[in-house]
Ligand binder design. Structure first.
Ligand SMILES: CC(C)(COP(=O)(O)OP(=O)(O)OC[C@H]1O[C@@H](n2cnc3c(N)ncnc32)[C@H](O)[C@@H]1OP(=O)(O)O)[C@@H](O)C(=O)NCCC(=O)NCCS
Length: 216
């Protein structure tokens, strides 16, 4: 149920989503925790090569930015934004183990009711359908309890894996955003993918299950 400005009643960022079954195992999505520090740091440092080409440019070295000590302040900032209703910061779990993150950001209410969605997965688990399942779970939550109408995802043209994830969930390519984001120290073009409530006859998870890519 939504209030007068299009926001949900209740703490939607505290929801756990799933699980659904993929070829890799059971995928679920849960809120970030303060005790995720060690795993977050280990996975982010180990995956530097696969993440750097696609992620926003940051200050300092990758290792400094992903030292265990950096999680506390990041967690607090994300949590306070989540409480304000502008972000949903989630961890993606495979069979109960932290294997990546799903974030819904820039949540806008009122007549727009939109947000962006972003994600990354530990490269050890690439190709198992985990990101696709997590995005589908996130989409259904956003279009359900959170009360959003539109989700955007911006992807560099060279990021084929991410575009495949979005296509499998039903996002459409709406065009090219020139020099859209500062990534790996350069302003990079991004494709804008989007999905609105009307695009899904039932739900994103339901469509994945019907296509044989996941099961309950
Ligand atoms: C993008 C990412 C999240 C995908 O995670 P994943 O769990 O491997 O995704 P899935 O297994 O659900 O789907 C990946 C799809 O991409 C396809 N794919 C992978 N590499 C590809 C390539 N080079 N060209 C075309 N398709 C490719 C896979 O075949 C699969 O599609 P299929 O199921 O139809 O075969 C992961 O690669 C990642 O974390 N990358 C680094 C961070 C990133 O790019 N984040 C998104 C920024 S927009």
């Amino acid at each position: 149920m939504l209030n007068w400005w299009g926001g949900p009643y209740g703490k939607t960022w505290q929801s756990t989503l799933g699980p659904i079954r993929t070829s890799a195992g059971q995928v679920s999505v849960r809120p970030i925790r303060l005790r995720d520090a060690k795993t977050w740091s280990e996975l982010r440092v180990r995956n530097e090569q696969t993440l750097v080409p696609w992620e926003p440019t940051g200050m300092g070295t990758w290792e400094q930015r992903h030292h265990t000590s950096q999680w506390g302040p990041l967690y607090s900032a994300l949590r306070s934004e989540a409480k304000r209703g502008t972000i949903l910061p989630y961890v993606i779990e495979l069979d109960g183990r932290y294997v990546g993150q799903l974030t819904v950001g820039n949540i806008q209410r009122g007549a727009v009711r939109s947000a962006w969605i972003g994600y990354w997965i530990d490269s050890e688990h690439f190709g198992g359908g985990i990101a696709t399942a997590a995005v589908a779970l996130g989409v259904d939550h956003c279009f359900g309890r959170v009360g959003l109408h539109r989700l955007d995802a911006t992807v560099q043209p060279a990021n084929q894996a991410s575009q495949a994830v979005l296509a499998k969930v039903g996002f459409r390519n709406e065009g090219l955003l020139k020099r859209y984001m500062d990534v790996n120290s350069q302003w990079r073009d991004h494709l804008l993918f989007a999905l609105t409530v009307e695009d899904l006859p039932t739900s994103a998870v339901e469509a994945l299950v019907r296509s044989g890519r996941a099961s309950y």
